[in-house]
Write a protein that binds this ligand. Structure first.
Ligand code: HEM
Length: 141
C-alpha cells in the first residue's frame, strides 16, 4: 500500500491545515508579538503603524484567502496585490529576512503538521522575495 502524502495548496486544503480563520488568526497574532519583542523584528515593527490591530486583521484576512479559504481581505478592504501594497516601503534583504524570521517562529509555535509547517514557510518565501525585488526596483536610485 502506498502512504498518502497530504496535498496542500489544492482548493482549501491549506486553509484547513492551518486551522481555518482561528488558526490563522493565532499565527498572525504570534507573528506580530514576535515582531514586537525580538531584536530581529525591531527593524520592521517600526515600519508599521503604532497600533498593530489593523495590521493583524489585514494579514489574517489576507492569509485566509491566500490559503484557499474565504476572501476575507477583499470583502473588507478591497483588492490587493502584495508587492504593490508595500510600494511605499523600502524592503531589502534585511527586511525580507526579518519578516521571514518572525513568520518562521510563529509557524513553529502552531499545532500544525510538520509537513504543513515546512510547506507554508516555503510558500511564504515566494511573495516575500517578490516584495523585496519590486521594492528594490521602485526605490533604486
Ligand atoms: C518581505 C518582507 C515584508 C515586510 C518588511 C512587510 C512589512 C509590512 C508593513 C510595514 C506593512 C504595513 C504598511 C502600512 O500600514 O503602511 C505591511 C502590510 C501588509 N503586509 Fe507586509 N511585509 C512583508 C511581506 C509580506 C508578505 C510576504 C505578505 C503576504 C504573504 C504581506 C502581507 C501584508 C498585508 C496583507 C498588509 C496590509 C496591506 C494593506 O492593506 O495596506 N507582507 N507589510
Amino acid at each position: 500500500m502506498t502512504e498518502e502524502i497530504p496535498l496542500y495548496g489544492v482548493e482549501d486544503t491549506s486553509f484547513k491545515a492551518a486551522g481555518q480563520y482561528d488558526g490563522i488568526k493565532q499565527m498572525v497574532d504570534d507573528f506580530y508579538d514576535i515582531m514586537s519583542s525580538t531584536p530581529e523584528g525591531a527593524q520592521i515593527v517600526r515600519m508599521h503603524p503604532k497600533d498593530l490591530s489593523i495590521s493583524r486583521d489585514k494579514l489574517t484576512r489576507f492569509l485566509c484567502g491566500w490559503t484557499g479559504g474565504p476572501k476575507l481581505y477583499s470583502e473588507k478592504y478591497g483588492s490587493i496585490a502584495i508587492p504593490m501594497a508595500h510600494s511605499h516601503l523600502r524592503i531589502g534583504l534585511g527586511e525580507r529576512d526579518a519578516w521571514l524570521f518572525c513568520m518562521k517562529q510563529a509557524i513553529d509555535k502552531q499545532p500544525f503538521a510538520d509537513s504543513f509547517k515546512t510547506y507554508l514557510y516555503e510558500q511564504l518565501c515566494v511573495p516575500a522575495e517578490r516584495t523585496r525585488v519590486v521594492s528594490e526596483k521602485l526605490h533604486a536610485k
